[in-house]
Design a binder for this molecule. Structure first.
Ligand code: CU
Length: 86
């Protein structure tokens, strides 16, 4: 019997991760992308971080109870790329 309480968007969720998009400034080359991704991956609670060079957007999958969207923006800003939550 099928039940109605199965989460429609459930994938491999063992933790309550959400996806946050940041808008950042100051990218000038692909090595900036690697630097930002590395910085974000180093934070506890970050599951995935993808920088889109052409659109200056950063998509981060994270557990908001461990690291907030604002903390992600702060980390990117601290790396030298002023960032805000989009
Ligand atoms: Cu660069």
């Amino acid at each position: 019997m099928r039940t109605a309480d199965t989460a429609t968007t459930a994938t491999t969720a063992t933790t309550a991760t959400v996806q946050t998009t940041l808008r950042a400034e100051g990218f000038s080359c692909p090595s900036c992308v690697a630097k930002i991704e590395k910085r974000l991956h180093a934070l506890p609670g970050v599951e995935r971080a993808t920088v889109h060079f052409a659109s200056a957007r950063v998509e981060v999958t994270h557990d908001p109870s461990v690291v907030t969207a604002d903390a992600l923006a702060d980390a990117v800003t601290a790396a030298g790329y002023p960032a805000v939550v989009a």
